[in-house]
Design a protein. Structure first.
Length: 115
């Protein structure tokens, strides 16, 4: 049996929390890494569209579960309609731009905690 080799720079983790994009305020995160996010949105966004995004990432701080807000700009790199089996909307992939060191650490910690 052959093993798939991951070539991404940052590991990606499945996720289920809300994401707000400039163009669509009701997106749901499908998976996330320190370099980008894949989400399900109601609206189509064309590739190369620059969007502002804000999400609250679950974190564990000082023995309790809470949320850390992450906000930055991103560029849409892919947008495809969902199949009928997947539901309504679009799968949209966004590459982060201008992610602060703190926000990159928040996301990387979340990804590490889920793998």
């Amino acid at each position: 049996m052959s093993e798939t080799i991951e070539h991404r720079r940052h590991p990606r983790a499945p996720a289920e929390f809300q994401l707000r994009l400039d163009a669509d305020s009701s997106c749901r995160v499908k998976d996330i890494s320190a370099s980008g996010v894949c989400c399900i949105c109601r609206s189509h966004l064309s590739p190369m569209t620059v969007v502002g995004l804000r999400l609250e990432v679950p974190v564990h701080v000082k023995g309790r579960d809470t949320w850390a807000e992450v906000s930055c700009q991103g560029v849409v790199v892919r947008s495809r309609p969902l199949s009928k089996d997947e539901g309504e909307g679009y799968e949209v992939a966004v590459f982060f731009q201008g992610l602060s060191g703190r926000d990159e650490l928040v996301i990387a910690s979340y990804v590490e905690s889920t793998l």
